[in-house]
Design a protein around this ligand. Structure first.
Ligand code: ADP
Ligand code: MG
Length: 369
């Protein structure tokens, strides 16, 4: 059992700076959990406390059924992969992979068998007799992964392991790691993963569930789909999804959302779910959910980013910047028009409380459910 539980976990650095504000998180056995958030939100601090590399100020960490607060890293049944994988430069790949087992006193024959098995899984057999300096970034990262894998830990901890790789390699390593996780699970090897990244694409493509953090607090824990469709607040809404969700400031009045001089009448099913029908609010609509049409907001086009299949249109709406994704052919038809109408898809709208950022539609729907 390699379930990981964090209970009221706090970290205060130097007796003064509170980096982690009492977080609670339950990571299931075999789950791939991603901790995501902007730089400085305490992802690494949290992960390092789980690893035992950082002292816990208060709260509990439970791995399996053991309280591990006072255990050393080697007693916790974890293996960690960092951004700077730092292989031993004077040792061949084989030696790097076997190092942990050698220190633990595992006999040579057993070590060799383990190295062969891990090398096969990661497809690095042809590299076993090379030195780290003879490896590409992706190959070195696979060796670093192998060093963690060979320990057969209950829990894998990853801290931005792909950040040093170029975009193409990052994309292929993403798939490799999730495939590996699936494979280990299918073989019945406990393989809980806690994976830290600042990259929402990595989080969305890799996580079974995602824990979105900001300022040492958890903003939302949910599946990628739920985060995308039902963000709990403005922060999650803006952080998850690409291009970013449009967050348009305005107010609710008489069944409409009002921005400057413009009024967007809201569908009855939205009005029915809103806890309040007037006051300052923020309208959230993803660029993919804004359509060019004869109705909706009037906006002035500023620029277009050609993405191939699609075009990201940047426009100005009552002094606020909005982005709309349209098909390349639709873009062609626009010709040199400067003013367009942007109609939000009603079923994909979000309305946030201006004061506390909470998603008013999600909380209403959650209460109804
Ligand atoms: N050893 C330390 N001493 C004091 N403050 C630290 C230390 N390590 C991290 N911090 C602070 O704690 C916060 C969280 O840092 P970190 O966990 O590294 O964030 P992240 O990994 O999300 O970028 C930051 O404000 C950082 O400056
Ligand atoms: Mg970090």
């Amino acid at each position: 059992m390699a379930r990981v539980q964090l209970r009221n976990l706090e970290k205060i650095y130097g007796g003064a700076f509170k980096a982690v504000h009492g977080i609670n998180l339950d990571i299931r056995d075999g789950e791939f959990m991603v901790l995501v958030g902007p730089s400085g939100c305490a992802k690494s601090t949290t992960l390092r406390m789980i690893a035992g590399l950082e002292q816990v100020t208060s709260g509990e960490i439970i791995i399996g059924d053991r309280l591990v607060n006072d255990l050393t890293p080697s007693q916790r049944s974890i293996a960690m992969v960092f951004q700077n994988y730092a292989l031993y430069p004077h040792m061949k790949v084989r030696g790097n992979l076997a190092f942990g087992l050698r220190i633990a006193g595992v006999p040579k024959a057993e070590r060799d068998a383990a190295v062969d098995q891990v090398a096969k899984i990661l497809e690095i057999e042809p590299l076993l007799d090379r030195l780290p300096k003879q490896l590409s970034g992706g190959q070195a990262q696979r060796v670093a992964l192998g060093r963690a894998l060979i320990k057969k830990p209950g829990v894998f901890l990853f801290d931005e392991p792909l950040s040093n790789l170029d975009a193409k390699l990052r994309a292929s390593m993403r798939v490799r790691i999730t495939d590996l996780h699936r494979q280990l699970k299918a073989e019945g090897r406990s393989s809980t993963v806690v994976y830290v990244t600042h990259d929402q694409t990595e989080a969305m493509t890799m996580g079974d569930r995602i824990c979105v953090m900001q300022g040492g607090r958890i903003m939302q824990v949910a599946t990628p789909k739920e985060l995308y469709n039902k963000p709990a607040n403005i922060f999650v809404a803006g952080f998850i999804g690409s291009p970013e969700m449009n967050l348009i400031e305005g107010s609710l009045t008489d069944g409409s959302f009002v921005v400057g001089t413009q009024k967007l009448p809201l569908a009855p099913e939205i009005l029915r779910h809103l806890p309040v029908l007037s006051g300052a609010a923020v309208l959230g609509v993803r660029p993919q959910h804004l359509e060019l049409g004869q109705q909706g907001f009037t906006a002035r086009l500023i620029s277009a980013e050609f993405m191939g299949h699609e075009v990201n249109l940047h426009a100005e709406l009552e002094g606020q910047r909005v982005v709309c994704v349209v098909g390349a052919d639709e873009f062609e038809r626009l010709g040199n028009r400067e003013v367009v109408r942007l109609q939000p898809e009603m079923k994909s709208l979000h309305i946030f409380d201006k004061a506390d950022g909470r998603n008013m539609l999600r909380s209403a729907a959650a209460m109804a459910a």
